[in-house]
Design a protein around this ligand. Structure first.
Ligand code: TTP
Ligand code: MG
Length: 390
């Protein structure tokens, strides 16, 4: 495997699925492959959410009224969205993203920034990661995506746009200035409608005009945003990838082929589930405020037991100890204790992720997470998890 030299430059990927909703429909129903597929509102006032690339050839695309789409592409297949299915596929692709780095910022169901700077030592160059990512997404979901590769978010997103569909595109800082120069100013993320109008009034239409603008003029139009915007126009963008927290609770559970009827085996399973859930807890940059166990007695009686963590924690040993107490108490209270299903979940702390709070805990576990990302759950199991049934 290629080992790239450490670089001061960041490595950012922008991943965007191709014609996402339509591609899922074509994947799930092979009869639709190669045909123009339009997903969106099918009622009289509906609009197109997305069109397959076959349909785009007819001039049909997102936000077009479906009635007009039907005129342009009468032989298209028109489908209502199946959001639950798209969400399911989305969860799969985000799992793949997180196997490359915990630094994943989702922008929508089908789109995310990945900061893979720290993954270079383990996984190779950003271009190699982009290729591997595309391959894994295709393997996992059967779908195509496009990956933009660059040193920052602005350029990575620009790159994926240029690489579509089914592509990989890298933009180097040297190419950036020229590439940006030709684009309209409102393509820059800081430029909304109002700012665009103000710039255009001053004769600044393209990003190239912004690159060449006299600083004093820019300051007059934009005040203290002039300098950040000028830097963006030059392809300089220091915005970090911000890991989003979408879940309020994170957990792992398993249903067993054979019921577990020894406490030792149950504790070993609890350790494995705790380990698995803690990886995702740390990715979320949150602490567990509550530990909850889900315990299903055969055939189908489900109990829950929970306890608050004071203070909240993201440390595997601490969370396991709490779960262990809950499990032992429950076990002792049963006549004939046995488990068909065991689950552990964490309620997250409220508010913003508390990076600094567990930066100390992140370091050693970061390595664990990387090993798990590469070798799966089995790559790293604490001794307790290896205990034999007895
Ligand atoms: P996009 O990534 O913008 O579009 P896309 O994936 O369909 O096509 P491509 O990226 O190859 O150009 O949006 C992702 C999904 O979000 C899209 O499949 C449907 C949905 N969507 C809407 O519902 N309405 C919209 O106006 C847009 C742009 C997207
Ligand atoms: Mg897309």
């Amino acid at each position: 495997m290629a080992v790239s030299p450490p670089s001061a430059e960041r490595a950012i990927l922008h991943v965007d699925m191709d014609a996402f909703y339509a591609a899922v429909e074509q994947h799930d129903n092979p009869a639709l492959r190669g045909r123009p597929v339009i997903v969106g509102g099918t009622g009289r006032r509906g609009v197109v959410a997305t069109a397959s690339y076959e349909a785009r050839a007819f001039g049909v695309g997102s936000a077009l009224p479906t009635a007009i789409a039907r005129q342009r592409c009468p032989d298209g297949v028109y489908l209502a969205p199946r959001m639950a299915r798209y969400a399911q596929v989305s969860a799969q692709i985000f799992e793949v993203f997180r196997s490359f780095t915990p630094q994943v910022e989702g922008l929508s169901l089908d789109e995310a920034f990945l900061d893979v700077s720290a993954s270079r030592r383990l996984l190779g160059t950003p271009m190699a990661m982009a290729a591997a990512l595309k391959e894994q997404i295709r393997h996992r979901t059967g779908l195509a995506c496009t990956v933009g590769v660059a040193a920052n978010k602005l350029l990575a997103k620009l790159a994926s746009g240029l690489g579509k569909p089914d592509g990989i595109m890298q933009i180097s800082p040297e190419e950036a200035v020229e590439l940006l120069a030709g684009l309209p100013v409102d393509k820059l993320w800081m430029v909304g409608e109002k700012t665009a109008t103000r710039l255009q009034t001053a004769g600044i239409h393209r990003i190239g005009d912004l690159q060449r603008a006299v600083p004093a003029l820019l300051s007059r139009i934009l005040g203290n945003r002039a300098e950040p915007l000028r830097r963006l126009a030059m392809g300089i963008d220091e915005r970090p990838v911000v890991v989003n927290r979408e879940e309020k609770s994170i957990g792992a559970e398993e249903t067993f082929d054979r019921d577990i009827d020894s406490l030792d085996a149950a504790l070993a399973m609890l350790m494995r589930l705790t380990e698995r859930a803690v990886v995702r807890l740390r990715d979320s940059n949150h602490l567990a405020a509550v530990v909850q166990l889900k315990l299903r007695q055969p055939p189908f009686v489900t109990h829950t037991r929970q306890r608050q963590m004071r203070p909240p924690s993201a440390e595997t040993g601490t969370l396991y100890a709490c779960g262990r107490e809950l499990l032992e108490q429950w076990w002792q209270a049963q006549n004939e204790p046995a488990l068909r299903l065991l689950g552990v979940s964490f309620e997250l702390t409220e508010g913003q992720p508390q990076d600094d709070l567990f930066s100390a805990q992140r370091k050693p576990s970061g390595v664990e997470d990387q090993i798990r990302a590469r070798f799966g759950d089995r790559g790293l199991v604490r001794a307790r998890g290896l205990a034999k049934d007895s």
